[in-house]
Design a protein around this ligand. Structure first.
Ligand SMILES: Cc1cc2nc3c(=O)[nH]c(=O)nc-3n(C[C@H](O)[C@H](O)[C@H](O)COP(=O)(O)OP(=O)(O)OC[C@H]3O[C@@H](n4cnc5c(N)ncnc54)[C@H](O)[C@@H]3O)c2cc1C
Length: 381
């Protein structure tokens, strides 16, 4: 089959690229190894945190804003809500990464924020039982949560409506870049295209082993309030947060609402496993290694939550050496996007637009040099 662009992998990044290409009227084919919205990669589960004053890099603010703009437009068409802007708290010591990083984004990217003193934080959010004496917060008012699986499905549905062809349960086994075309091979068909955008998530390293990508096992956990009638952990009262604890570990999550529960995760703990191929992810849940440390952190941080999780689902992120994505041109006919490093979902709409612009050789809407896939070395296939 001949087409203009093939998108390989239709999780968060690839589904968005497919949609943005179809929205331009480009002839585009999407190929996904599993079913759309499957739970075996990195984009399943109902929600992800959405932040604008991004602590990871000020350049991410423009990409998050583009996601919001595109998802708002899409929601107006479909009648769905893809982002709930309840605000988000960046909590920790004044020099902690969430607090200083959000302020840096506020200064350098113009993301408005509000400072909360220790006293204001405690008074407004009494759920935070385990604050250290010096903890303060930066409120990111444009932040909140976004709806992960519904967004991936909506990207693909919209792309199909606009003319994209989608092949599910089809695995790309080889990508051959030639001078005049790129050939994408599956066990049953060959696709000849001008450009390919490869968004294979934790499997990107099996197609491009020279990329410095490390899949990391990261289960998702949900908790319930001890008092089932309590309103304290409803989303409106307990918005999304990232909290650097006094010992350097990071706690993150958001409150519950109809259709989803209180989500809390822990970064920097001892349960995270790396050094496996994505197909070999251990999908069992280990009661001690996975749960004990997080449950203790939850008990200390939020005494109103029952520290025994009510739901656990395996997931994985793909780390890069500097904690930023690898997204951009990777050959005359190849564009890649991966290495989400655990904070990619909120950016996928905006990243999809950027990937479409790069593939179509348009001027990108923002400077993407900080996520250039070549920044760790010049290895172009
Ligand atoms: C526990 C957890 C919490 C997170 N929290 C947040 C958060 O709060 N906020 C946030 O912004 N981000 C968060 N993230 C990160 C976010 O979910 C990821 O950045 C995002 O889902 C990555 O999407 P992706 O498209 O790179 O990968 P995926 O969604 O996994 O997509 C890759 C796709 O490629 C397909 N594929 C692979 N190989 C092939 C092949 N050879 N042929 C065809 N198809 C192929 C796979 O089947 C898969 O569908 C979190 C992640 C986890 C795990």
């Amino acid at each position: 089959m001949r087409t203009d662009v093939v998108v390989v992998g239709l999780g968060a990044f690839g589904s968005a690229a497919l949609w943005r290409l179809a929205a331009r009227g480009v002839n585009v084919v999407g190929i996904e190894r599993q079913a759309i919205g499957h739970p075996l990669g990195s984009s399943h589960g109902t929600t992800r945190l959405f932040r604008v004053a991004c602590m990871e890099h000020p350049g991410l603010t423009a990409i998050a804003r583009k996601s919001l703009e595109l998802w708002t437009e899409l929601g107006e068409r479909t009648g769905e809500t893809y982002v709930r802007q309840t605000g988000s708290l960046n909590v920790g010591a004044p020099d902690s990464r969430p607090v200083s990083g959000a302020l840096r984004a506020a200064t350098e990217a113009g993301a408005p924020t509000t400072d909360l003193s220790h006293h204001e934080l405690k008074a407004r959010y009494p759920q935070y039982g385990g604050l250290a004496a010096g903890d303060v917060a930066v409120l990111d008012p444009g932040a909140g949560i976004c709806f992960a699986e519904p967004i991936v499905r909506a990207h693909v549905t919209e792309a199909r409506r606009l003319g994209a062809e989608v092949y599910e349960h089809t695995m790309v086994t080889e990508i051959e870049q030639r001078a005049d075309e790129v050939i994408v091979r599956t066990p049953t068909a060959e696709f000849h295209a001008d450009q390919v955008i490869v968004c294979a998530g934790a499997w990107l390293g099996s197609l491009y082993p020279e990329l410095p990508l490390t899949p990391r096992r990261t289960p998702m956990f949900w908790f319930a309030p001890k008092d089932p009638d309590s309103e304290a952990f409803r989303l409106a009262n307990f918005p999304s947060f990232i909290w650097e604890l006094a010992d350097g570990r990071g706690l993150w999550g958001h409150g519950s609402d109809d259709g989803f529960g209180v989500k809390v995760g822990l970064e920097g703990d001892t349960s995270h496993v790396t050094g496996f191929a994505a197909d070999d992810l251990d999908r069992s849940i280990r009661p001690i290694e996975d749960i004990a440390e997080l449950a203790a952190a939850v008990a200390h941080a939020f005494p109103g939550l029952d520290p025994a999780p009510v739901q656990v689902i395996p997931c994985m992120v793909t780390d890069s050496p500097d904690g930023q994505f690898l997204a951009g041109r990777y050959g005359d006919r190849v564009v890649v996007a991966g290495g989400d490093s655990g904070h990619g979902f909120k950016h996928c709409g905006g990243l999809g637009e950027l990937l479409a612009q790069i593939a179509m050789k348009e001027t990108p809407y923002t400077d993407a040099s900080f996520i250039d896939p070549h920044r760790f070395g010049p290895s172009v296939p």
